[in-house]
Ligand binder design. Structure first.
Ligand SMILES: *Cc1c(COP(=O)(O)O)cnc(C)c1O
Length: 393
């Protein structure tokens, strides 16, 4: 990969220069007053980013999968039942995590590219006693965006806790943990939070913390136990030093540079920018005659696109686009990964990145023998990009 290639996968993503600079700073002690200030500030900023004024943010070395484990291990224990709203690959993963914890899992599945109707969730909850419901806000394998707010309201009516995988959404999609009634949400540093890979990030609301305290036995994994971490996060927020497990100093410093930029932009402005960029991409796919996995516009993610390959073209498109200087991702969903590709569009993405990506895809398609009118996708995207940011969907 050339340093000038554009990274357009659903994480890791292109970093803001200020984030790269922060990453390259000297490694200092995790107890250095400068780091205590940085980490304390990040925790407070994450509360705003998640939209959880009473939440307890969690940050530890790891990734989205560790964050998934930490969320599950602190609210569910052997003998509990959890309902997984399944919109793709990462829903299967959270089910696996829960099963490893000895939790019994039921799935509420939708066809690929769809999300279950709220009425189906209501019905599923009537027929079983679930401790919690999991929702994958944006499933990165299908590009499906789930209606978290509707699902969460229904889950609460049924007395279930709500766990949200926000790995491909928090920091890119509209997300309001507290007002949507999400008890625990999690993400990872390398997605819409705009930092390098390496950090598991979560936010526990009051009911999730109470659920941890009500567990009959502490989680089997010490590193996953929220009770071990809580005094540490409290200390850093109070600008005091404390130790449980060494925080990833450089990564947290980079995350701090990014969270500051997120809040400077403003969370709703940021979500609006992601919608606008996503609409420009959609215009591009349409102009190329390409179809996305999500069928309903209301279920289409704003942080990535999952697009079927055009007729006669296969996974060689990903390599051909790369030859044109843009890195996109292959399919991930086990049932149909050879039939589609994915383009991440989150973080510091700008209109020029949309054009660079669509232009590279057009050229790659031509080189692979597709009948494409060069400029069709870029000019359709331009019409969206030259306009005002859309507010719907
Ligand atoms: C990327 C991703 C994960 C997994 O994160 P890792 O950092 O790769 O462990 C989980 N859920 C979703 C929705 C993701 O996009």
């Amino acid at each position: 990969m050339s340093e000038l290639d554009l990274l357009m996968i659903p994480g890791p993503i292109e970093l803001e220069p200020a984030v790269s600079r922060a990453l390259s700073q000297k490694t200092i002690s995790h107890l250095d007053p400068a780091f205590i200030e940085t980490f304390g500030a990040v925790l407070a900023q994450l509360r705003q980013i998640f939209g959880a004024p009473l939440g307890v943010p969690f940050v530890a070395a790891g990734g989205g999968t560790l964050a998934m484990e930490v969320a599950c291990a602190n609210v569910a224990q052997p003998g509990d039942s959890v309902l997984v709203i399944n919109t793709g690959y990462f829903c299967d993963r959270i089910a696996k995590v829960l099963e490893r914890l000895g939790v019994s899992v039921e799935h509420l599945r939708a066809a690929v590219g769809e999300a279950p109707e709220p009425a189906q969730l209501r019905q599923a909850l009537e027929s079983g006693a679930y401790k919690a419901v999991t929702i994958t806000h944006v499933d990165t394998s299908t590009g499906v965006r789930a209606p978290v707010r509707e699902y969460a309201a229904i889950a609460h009516e049924a007395g279930a806790l709500v766990i949200v995988d926000g790995v491909c959404s928090v920091g890119g999609e509209e997300f309001h943990q507290a007002s949507w009634g999400v008890d625990v949400a999690f993400t990872a540093s390398q997605k819409a939070l705009g930092a390098p890979p390496g950090l598991a990030v979560a936010c526990f609301g009051p009911k999730a913390i109470a659920a941890r305290r009500a567990l009959k036995r502490a989680p089997a994994s010490l590193y996953l136990d929220l009770e071990e971490w809580l005094p540490i996060f409290e200390a850093y927020e109070a600008r005091k030093s404390s130790y449980f497990a060494t925080p990833a100093v450089n990564l947290i410093t980079a995350l701090a540079a990014s969270t500051a930029l997120l809040l400077l932009e403003g969370m709703s402005a940021r979500a609006a920018r992601h919608r606008w960029i996503a609409h420009a991409f959609r215009a591009g796919w349409q102009a190329l005659g390409l179809h996305t996995l999500p069928i309903e516009p209301t279920h289409m993610a704003h942080t990535l696109s999952a697009i079927y390959y055009p007729k006669g073209i296969d996974a060689s498109l990903v390599a051909a686009v790369r030859e044109e200087g843009v890195v996109v991702a292959a399919g991930l969903h086990p049932d149909l990964k050879a039939t589609y590709f994915r383009v991440g569009h989150m973080g510091r993405i700008r209109p020029s990145d949309v054009l660079a990506t669509l232009g590279a895809i057009e050229r790659a398609m031509v080189r692979l023998g597709a009948s494409v009118e060069l400029g069709a996708a870029t000019s359709s995207a331009q019409r969206v990009l030259a306009g005002r940011m859309p507010h719907a969907d």
